[in-house]
Design a protein around this ligand. Structure first.
Ligand SMILES: NC(=O)c1ccc[n+]([C@@H]2O[C@H](COP(=O)([O-])OP(=O)(O)OC[C@H]3O[C@@H](n4cnc5c(N)ncnc54)[C@H](O)[C@@H]3O)[C@@H](O)[C@H]2O)c1
Ligand SMILES: [Zn+2]
Length: 350
């Protein structure tokens, strides 16, 4: 006997991303703020003043990518059970991408899914991680390999949080912004090139534009079957750099900066990008205090590392490259090994 199940997709998911001063938030259900000691010391008091709920818990998890794992998820779930959270309860992620990804994942599995809200506090999480509904943790096989697509109920982006952010973390967020401009928007790229992004007014515009760009990509391709892959510009190379340096020398955004410059080198090698354009992009990264150069010790082993990336499925490396004109891109998965290695030679000193 065959019993067919034909699920009609749930109703469309809709929520708003609010950019500006954190508003007063009033809930009629249990709420837990998930954060870490660094963020709570700096900002929890102000946030608590804004949130009203019949029961309000604060769940602190340790600070650091090394704690982005299942043990921490289980500890969050434990706290929720102890506080008798039910299916109507809500989690609020207050922190950077690590807190956001884990809070989202915990929400997606607690009693098969409860609501969550994002209050991202790093630039990277404001422009990137809090938008799009990817949640998850790392394990010994790699980064973000366990997780779910799970959208928040709302996202509140308050640039005031950035005032306490260390400069390196700030720059790392800018790298993801530059990535989006180079891929999708020439005018935005022009804005970034001609404004001081440490100024409040400029960063607020920058955040709004980046979020709008990422949202439009995600709206077209939630699960990364197509255009969402373009957001991986700089990441194919950047992930190898992060991996080779044990995830300790560079912040993710810094590795992406280096990775974009490497991708540009390949694009120039393939005749897709003018060398002067590649130089201009690198200058913009340098002007924003980002590293752009990395010495590759062994090109063969660097190349082999591409295949550890889950995005190189099926043995083909998918390169996301600038398309020649700023604001355009090319996705190529048929570049022969020799061309890639030839392009990388300048990073090897040969
Ligand atoms: N879900 C997605 O689509 C997506 C996209 C990009 C990145 N990510 C994930 O995001 C994570 C990186 O996020 P991140 O760069 O925000 O790192 P992070 O969350 O580790 O934050 C960086 C550091 O800044 C501290 N911090 C946070 N807010 C602060 C503030 N306002 N003032 C001072 N210090 C503050 C944190 O405690 C931490 O020490 C990675 O795990 C990555 O996989 C997810
Ligand atoms: Zn990234």
């Amino acid at each position: 006997m065959i019993i067919p199940i034909r699920l009609v997709r749930e109703s469309a998911t809709e929520y708003d991303i609010t950019i500006g001063d954190l508003p007063k938030l009033s809930y009629d259900r249990k709420v837990a703020i998930v954060t870490n000691p660094t963020v709570s010391a700096l900002h929890l008091e102000r946030v608590l003043e804004k949130i009203e709920a019949p029961q309000l818990e604060v769940v602190e998890i340790p600070d650091g990518e090394e704690y982005k794992n299942m043990d921490t998820i289980l500890s969050i779930l434990d706290r929720l059970f102890q506080a008798r959270f039910d299916r109507k309860s809500l989690l609020i992620a207050l922190g950077g991408g690590v807190v956001g990804d884990m809070t989202g994942f915990a929400s997606s599995i607690y009693q098969r899914g409860i609501g969550f809200v994002q209050i991202p506090t790093t630039l990277l999480s404001q422009v990137d991680a809090s938008v799009g509904g990817k949640t998850g943790v790392n394990n010994k096989y790699g980064k973000n390999l366990v997780g779910s697509f799970y959208q928040p109920e709302a996202v509140y982006i308050d640039p005031a949080f950035l005032e306490t952010l260390p400069p390196r973390e700030y720059a790392a967020g800018i790298a993801e912004v530059i990535k989006m401009a180079v891929m999708f928007d020439e005018e935005f790229y022009g804005f970034l090139s001609s404004h001081d992004l440490r100024e409040r007014e400029n960063i607020e515009k920058t955040i709004a534009k980046s979020v709008a760009l990422k949202a439009s990509v995600v709206n077209r391709d939630e699960k990364e079957n197509g255009i969402r892959a373009v957001l991986n510009y700089g990441h194919t190379f950047g992930h190898v750099v992060e991996n080779e340096t044990g995830y300790s020398r560079y912040l993710h955004g810094e590795a992406v900066s280096i990775g974009m410059v490497m991708a540009n080198t390949l694009a120039v090698e393939l005749g897709l990008l003018d060398p002067s354009e590649a130089e201009a992009i690198e200058k913009l990264l340098i002007d924003n205090s980002l590293p752009t150069r990395y010495r590759i010790e062994d090109i063969d082993s660097f190349y082999d590392h591409f295949f550890l990336d889950k995005k190189s499925a099926g043995g083909k490396i998918k390169f996301i490259l600038p398309g020649g004109k700023i604001g355009t891109y090319r996705i190529v998965d048929d570049i022969d090994e020799e061309s890639v290695k030839r392009a990388l030679k300048i990073y090897n000193g040969s």
